[in-house]
Design a protein around this ligand. Structure first.
Ligand code: PEP
Length: 256
């Protein structure tokens, strides 16, 4: 495995945090700290902050992502936002299949697949989240479960489209809990996802795909996690809301 061929990507997932003035303040604080980053830097922000984030990041190396999108192009889906609406604004990335969407909003592997295809069709770059619950790990089915989530989410997606997809391995038990997977656990499952990609698309695509780890990654543990051979970056929740911590993680990815 040759990590150097892949793009390292650090993405912040702000979740349901920050008003527009707060979002501007955070982006302005992040920008100078990551200006010389050797990896891709993305802030995925609430829908209401997208315009503010796009304006504030103009001319910088910080990219903007949304936290979800619907699979239909338009219609009677009150409260939803389509992939085309995001693309038209200039949004580049979109988080899909986050475990909080699966847990609290009834999203399934099938709807994640539909969202992914809608996002690709609109020209967005999805950050596809997969990961096991604690019970799955305790039952010894992490490998099967994560492989299944990956396969269903990517159903009907071509090898060429894989160029625009980032996968985030996020063990649900580690998200927002302060419990991080060990570097070995993170690497093991990222490698397994890569093997799943190899079985679907061949070695070249698997080798070229960026696979992030997410789950209580922070300024202290990022270096060890990001040094793992199959961990190509991070999807960061809590720590992405603190500019210096986020910048430390970006630095660790630059070095890792
Ligand atoms: C996330 O929201 O994807 C996440 C990994 O959160 P945290 O870093 O807070 O665990």
């Amino acid at each position: 495995m040759n990590k150097a061929v892949r793009k390292a990507v650090i993405a912040g997932n702000w979740k349901m945090n920050k008003t527009r003035p707060e979002a501007k303040e955070l982006i302005e604080a992040i920008k100078p700290l990551v200006a010389d980053a050797g990896c891709e830097v993305i802030c995925c922000v609430p829908f209401t902050n997208l315009e503010t984030a796009l304006e504030a990041t103009k001319g910088s190396n910080v990219k903007v992502g949304a936290e979800n999108c619907h699979f239909e192009k338009s219609g009677a889906f009150t409260g939803e936002i389509s992939a085309d609406m995001l693309a038209e604004m200039g949004v580049e990335y979109v988080v899909l299949g986050h475990s909080e969407r699966r847990q609290y909003f009834g999203e399934t592997d099938e709807t994640v697949n539909k969202r992914l295809k809608a996002a690709l069709g609109a020209g967005l770059k999805p950050i596809l989240c997969v990961g096991e619950m604690l019970a799955d790990r305790e039952n010894g089915i992490t490998a099967e479960l994560v492989a299944m989530q990956t396969k269903i989410a990517l159903k009907g997606v071509s090898a060429d489209e894989m160029k625009n997809i980032i996968i985030a391995y996020e063990p649900v038990w580690a998200i927002g809990t302060g419990k991080t997977a060990t570097a070995e656990q993170a690497n093991e499952v990222c490698a397994l996802i890569r093997a799943t990609l190899a079985s679907l698309y061949g070695e070249a695509v698997a080798e070229a795909t960026t696979i992030q780890y997410g789950g209580s990654m922070n300024a202290k543990n990022a270096e060890e996690l990001l040094a793992q051979p199959d961990v190509d970056g991070g999807l960061i929740g809590g720590a992405s809301l603190k500019a210096p911590d986020f910048a430390t993680i970006v630095k660790a990815a630059t070095n890792g």
